[in-house]
Design a protein around this ligand. Structure first.
Ligand SMILES: [Zn+2]
Length: 85
């Protein structure tokens, strides 16, 4: 098993995350916005045994400046976004 820390994503990887955000219809739980900034990816498969081996939580920040709770995240699989271009 590969153990990784939080990782910064490339612009291309962030773009793929945003495509998934759109596909899954993720909306901000606080203000309902669909506009997100993509942050780091946290590998879940190592931390939580119940998770799939290739599960990641990718940090999302709502872009609405008036949002009261802008931090959220999306669970994705490695093949959804993390391959190298
Ligand atoms: Zn929001």
């Amino acid at each position: 098993m590969i153990i990784e820390d939080n990782r910064e994503l490339t612009e291309e990887q962030k773009r793929r995350v945003l495509l998934k955000v759109e596909e899954k219809g993720v909306v901000c739980g606080s203000c309902g916005s669909r506009d997100f900034e993509v942050g780091e990816a946290l590998y879940l498969g190592f931390l939580f045994l119940s998770e799939d081996r290739d599960a990641y939580m990718v940090a999302l920040t709502c872009k609405d400046p008036a949002c009261e709770s802008p931090r959220t995240g999306i669970r994705l699989h490695r093949l959804d976004f993390l391959w190298e271009e």
